[in-house]
Design a protein around this ligand. Sequence first.
Ligand code: DQQ
Length: 575
Amino acid sequence: MELHNKFLWALPVFMLSFLISYNGVEASHNVYLHYQSLSAIKVEQVHRTGYHFQPKKHWINDPNGPMYYNGVYHLFYQYNPKGAVWGNIVWAHSVSTDLINWTPLEPAIFPSKPFDKYGCWSGSATVLPGNKPVILYTGIVDKNNTQVQNYAVPANLSDPYLRKWVKPDNNPLIVSEAGVNKTAFRDPTTAWLGRDGEWRILIGGRWKDTGIAFLYKSRDFMKWKKAANPIHQSAGTGNWECPDFYPVAKSGTNGLETSVLGQNVKHVLKVSLDATRFEYYTLGKYYPAEDRYVPDNTSPDNWKGLRYDYGNFYASKSFFDPSKNRRVLWGWANESDTAKDDIKKGWAGIQLIPRTITLDPNGKQLLQWPAKELDTLRGAHVRLSNQLLKKGDLVGVTGITPAQADVEVTFSFRSLDLAESFDPKWRKLDAQDVCSKRGSFVQGGLGPFGLATLATEDLQEYTPVFFRIFKDAGKHVVLMCSDATRSSLKKELYRPSFSGFVDVDLTDKKLSLRSLIDHSVVESFGAGGKTCISSRVYPTKAVFNKAHLYAFNNGTEAITVETLDAWSMKTAKVN
Ligand code: DQQ
């Protein structure tokens, strides 16, 4: 059978059809047996990125590790060395001193032992006291997809790049207990150390349709014991992949090391939903004595929850960077074209730009922003100031390379009076459904206004990133969209109207937007990183120097571009 959906069989059918039709995303990794080991003959350049991380060819998925060690950033990632679709998975390894330019090394971990013979799946790194890194990862031990947790350590700690990793023979460290679904038992987190001297990790899984983060504890990192209760679980969410659990400071912008506890922190639990291929996170309180995590009542604990990114973004991982006192987040963006296209291109998947994470001063969500090292790639610069955009106006941004650019813009408006009414029926919908009803093409009152990226001059192709503001029962609702509907003339593409609501105070009547445009990806940060959306798009005409960038307004209320700064982005050494 060519197309076999690896994990989906196990979830109740009614639930899956609900989740999948709800999100519209094709679920899980597909196994295309014929394509798995079909090496790329040619690598098509047209949609390859200039400054987003991607290897020279073939398939990538989840970021693994990542870690900072002795002045070097290590990014490991799930990689198929033999083809452009998922399969033959190893831990590829690249290193960097600035998070932006990368040097590829040999794969760090690959199937070679009985405890990982059928696959080396995702996991995390922890730097143990004495400055000793250790990786925990999931090994697949048989054809039935049985999952165990293994460890690997650097062969030579004095190698600055930690090129070789050893998988000791006392692996596996953790096997699933009776009563646990052994095919949904994976993706160990970075460990944190309790005040009682015990290390703790989470492992993702499920029981029936309940997503679970199992908690394991160890004194010596070798003997692990399952805690009586999971740290957290949530009914109706399906299998939890790639959990991530870490503290954030209640005030200030410093990131925190994973073991930090106390009154001045909140915790974040992020899970990746296998059934729908999107993630959500909650903010909450971790009670170390009982090893329980309780989400705040402002964080929905289900697939309606807060998302790091409302677009192509999955299997993310964060790590603490002690050199800059920050927490950095990596996310994977899969393609939105077909497996056949990926074979033709010779590659599939990118990692999005690493983002720093802090707690929004409102305490209810996170803020994300591209790592500041990205600014070193900024080249030619143009600025627009105080540019009025009346209804229907489209203003070109020239003098930079719009297919490979970084744009920061602040819009302002005089009044909120013309905001459209929010249809009460939409209250049940998610932002993406609202955006698909009211894209950038339907004229509004206050908005849509924003950027038209990767656009042809005649707008046959473009990916607009924009805001629309509504009135709903005396309050204002801000919708941010990154709409791929008209991104390409090519058929057979997944072209969603990705969207998220923005919880922003409009007293100053301003909204800001930053978009990182890179050939086949538009990665956007609304209102200082409150709402982020990444879209993968494949224009046929708006490519290289045929791509254009515009600021637009399609609402009745005039909008002022207070400032718009756009930079050509230099090409990074992405691998
Ligand atoms: N990808 C890995 C798994 C993980 C999934 C396999 C998430 O470990 O659950 O490539 O994308």
